[in-house]
Write a protein that binds this ligand. Structure first.
Ligand code: SF4
Length: 403
């Protein structure tokens, strides 16, 4: 199934393009209070290592705002400040970060939003209009009685149009709810009426298992319908899990190809090796590889090679001796106790081989969209500066139907 992505305006958060056909970027948030600079930076490092492309930090007070420059100076991916209630925090954060998120439902009167817009314009950074079902404007709650998808879309559209009226267009939008139906409907309504890039998320989704399922359904449904330009999987868990699940959603829909995709058979009465343990261990041990590779772990050789044809490389268990295969072809037999180590070494070697091939490949044609993976590996391709991105385009293409 081919996914035709909705055409949107493109903005830049730091060097990462958002919308306009750019790869869908994966975002997460740090957990410590930013005044704990060491703790925040340690989490930033782990998120960067996991492939997180945009990192958001909550800025609840002036102490947090004051810590942003120290955090930013130790990051390699763009930093987004998450602001609620106090617009003065956004003014201070805009001096440092690559994007400011505000919530129109709690930022206060119009003049405060205008001060934030002036600040982000002065610093050449975009704004995220982050609408949330839990904090809608009072007049919308009075109009609709309770949070609805229409109310969420109306809040976002009202803010976007008011900002357009003052000439500001350097923004992306989110319309989050913890109710999957409501979030889908809200994004759908907005996407049919505006062409700003969309940050997707199901808010307060839950624990790793519950939240991953809810997010996969909500974010996945929208992505399958071409909607969405960045995603965050909100989990009550280590934020690194959010990144892993985010990439799994994108890889499952073949919207991104990053890192090792471990596939494993469900096992049955023919199983000869501990597939579950090996698959889990492989995901951990191969997490440092960014090269897109599919690695297969199969319980037996009876159907193993046939079932593993789609994999770049894999193993299948046997009685005391298993096999190593590449693209469905037998490479060699391997004693069962050496299967894991052999596979890890072979995958690392294959990744290096593929990276070397990529380095010798001809450069992409002028105008082609470079995947974010490429941008991250080539420091010369850093995108426009912050000032270049301000009001980057007054032209808004006509939004095609998403149906
Ligand atoms: S690969 Fe072998 S063990 Fe795994 S499900 Fe298929 S037949 Fe069963």
């Amino acid at each position: 199934m081919h996914i035709s992505r909705r055409k949107t305006k493109q903005i830049f958060v730091g060097s990462v393009p958002i919308g306009g056909g750019a790869p869908i970027a994966v975002q997460s948030m740090t957990i410590p209070h930013p005044s704990d600079v060491a703790g925040t930076v340690e989490q930033v490092r782990r998120l960067e290592q996991a492939g997180c492309e945009l990192i958001r930090v909550a800025v609840p007070d002036q102490e947090a705002a004051a810590a942003l420059s120290k955090i930013k100076s130790q990051m390699t991916v763009p930093l987004i400040a998450d602001i609620h209630f106090d617009h003065r925090l956004a003014l201070k954060a805009a001096e440092v970060v690559d994007c400011v998120r505000i919530n129109p439902g709690n930022i206060g009167p119009w003049w405060k939003l205008m001060e934030v817009v002036k600040a982000v314009e002065d610093h050449g950074i975009p704004l995220r209009i982050g609408v949330n079902a839990g904090s809608l404007e009072r007049h919308l709650l009075e109009k609709y009685g309770y949070p609805t998808a229409e109310a969420l879309a109306e809040s976002a559209l009202m803010t976007v149009r008011a900002l357009e009226d003052v000439g500001f267009t350097n923004m992306k939008v989110s319309l989050k709810a913890s109710d999957v139906h409501m979030a889908i409907d809200a994004y759908w309504h907005f996407a049919n009426q505006s062409n700003y890039p969309l940050h997707l998320g199901i808010t307060e989704a839950g624990t790793t298992q519950t939240g991953s399922i809810k997010s996969s359904l909500g974010i996945g449904w929208l992505l399958m319908n071409g909607i969405g330009d960045t995603i965050r999987v909100s989990l009550a868990a280590d934020p690194v899990e959010e990144v892993r699940v985010g990439f799994e959603i994108l890889k499952s829909l073949e919207l991104r190809h990053r890192g090792v995709n471990v596939i494993a058979c469900p096992t049955c009465g023919r199983v000869e090796i501990d597939v579950v343990r090996m698959a889990n261990e492989l995901e951990q041990r191969l997490g440092h590889i960014h090269t897109p590779l599919t690695v297969s772990v199969l319980g037996c050789v009876v159907n193993g090679i046939g079932e593993g044809k789609e994999a770049d490389i894999g193993i299948a268990g046997g009685q005391g001796v298993g096999i190593l295969f590449k693209k469905g072809q037998l490479v060699r037999k391997v004693p069962s106790e050496e299967l894991m180590e052999t596979l890890v070494q072979e995958v690392e070697a294959l990744a290096k081989e593929k990276e070397a091939e990529k380095d010798h490949a001809p450069p992409p044609q002028s105008g082609a969209i470079r995947p974010v993976e490429d941008l991250a590996h080539h420091s010369s391709l850093t995108g426009p500066t912050r000032s270049e991105t301000s009001h980057s385009s007054k032209e808004i293409p006509v939004l095609p139907s998403v149906s």
